[in-house]
Design a protein around this ligand. Structure first.
Ligand code: ADP
Ligand code: MG
Length: 340
């Protein structure tokens, strides 16, 4: 016997109790050996998995369970957004230590449910085990009209580089949470926009759909490891390079003063800070005006042109008179600074 306040069946019941969004292609969800759905012939399917490990991806001591539930799903939904897809189904696998109690799980489940509801995504299965530390594994299945999914491989010299929103916010928020003596207790910090960006990022599903449907976006990816690394992924996959203008990088209001308080460089945080879950993408050469028209006619999105794609490899940041290589200088979850 353990002193746990939950059993495997309790946990499954917690998640199963929520009403699922209507999806006629689903024949069986939680409760059988497998979930069963019938794919549409007109669409292609996008499948992604992301794992969140305690102390590597989140801090159990300050991440409220409701927001952790939302973020576990958000980081996966963001990968669907980055292909221009719409989410359909999610699976949730939990390795749960004894310190996690029933109330914590209930709030976590509320968070999971709230974001899945928001994006019309059904929870159709998962797995539940006891373990020494908390690990959250999520799989999301999404779909897009045939041949519309946007890959990382399509950027060409002359294309423009854009981001879909402010960058560097989540890194500032994380630093605030880690310095509560300076910035105040979590109860107060939780509503701060930088802190929200770290605890509760929002996947850019509708933005990704509009970009993919425009037919002018040549490559796309979400910003999980920081602009320096994520844009380098696009460049490597497309066999090109990029030049980014530091003064074109959008930031949340208050970014400069927050960085001063943290004794951190704004520029460094904006290119290297991870987990903003915005989209970075390229627009075909010569199509910036047509693209701007398309976007303003079909949405109220604010998109930011930050640079351009060039022939020679590497991601370079131009700041005043200086130009430096920032390829793969983003955040990693495994200790090293550049991928092998
Ligand atoms: P099995 O022994 O076949 O793996 P389980 O007892 O692990 O079945 O799970 C029973 C049902 O509950 C399955 O439909 C499974 O997908 C679902 N399930 C288990 N854990 C979770 C979870 N954390 N979230 C959602 N569904 C879950
Ligand atoms: Mg199982």
């Amino acid at each position: 016997m353990t002193d746990r306040s939950w059993t495997e069946l309790d946990v499954i019941q917690l998640f199963r109790a929520y009403r699922q969004p209507e999806n006629r292609s689903l024949a069986a969800g939680i409760g059988d050996d497998c979930a069963v759905f019938t794919p549409s012939e007109k669409r292609e399917y996008l499948v992604t998995a992301d794992m969140l490990v305690e102390q590597v991806h989140f801090d159990f001591s300050f991440h409220p369970p409701y927001f952790l539930g939302r973020k576990s799903m958000a980081v996966n939904l963001s990968d669907i957004a980055a292909m221009g897809g719409k989410p359909e189904f999610a699976l949730l696998s939990l390795a749960i230590p004894d310190k996690v109690d029933h109330l914590w799980l209930k709030e976590f489940a509320e968070g999971v449910h709230s974001i899945l509801q928001e994006f019309h995504c059904g929870l159709i299965g998962g797995d539940t085990v006891g373990a020494d530390s908390l690990t959250i594994g999520v799989t999301v299945i999404g779909s897009a009209p045939r041949n519309e999914a946007v890959m990382r491989t399509g950027a060409r010299p002359g294309d423009s580089v854009y981001v879909s929103g402010p960058v560097g916010s989540a890194a500032v928020g994380l630093a605030m949470c880690q310095n509560q003596e300076q910035f105040g207790p979590m109860e107060r910090l939780v509503d701060n926009p930088f802190v929200q960006q770290h605890l509760n990022p929002s996947p850019e599903i509708s933005c990704g759909r509009i970009l993919a449907a425009s037919g002018m976006v040549t490559s796309m990816q979400d910003l999980s490891d920081g602009l320096a690394t994520d844009l380098a992924h696009i460049c490597r996959a497309s066999n090109v390079g990029a030049i980014v203008q530091a003064d074109l990088l959008p930031g949340l209001p208050g970014l400069d003063s927050a960085c001063r308080q943290l004794n951190a460089s704004v520029e460094e945080l904006q290119v290297s800070g991870g987990e903003d879950y915005r989209l970075v993408f390229t627009v075909a050469k010569g199509q910036d005006n047509g693209f701007a028209d398309y976007v303003s006619q079909n949405s109220s999105l604010e998109l930011y042109r930050i640079g351009s794609i060039v022939k020679s490899p590497g991601v370079f940041l131009v700041s005043g008179e200086t130009k430096r290589d920032i390829s793969f200088q983003g955040y990693t979850h495994s200790g090293e600074r550049s991928p092998s």
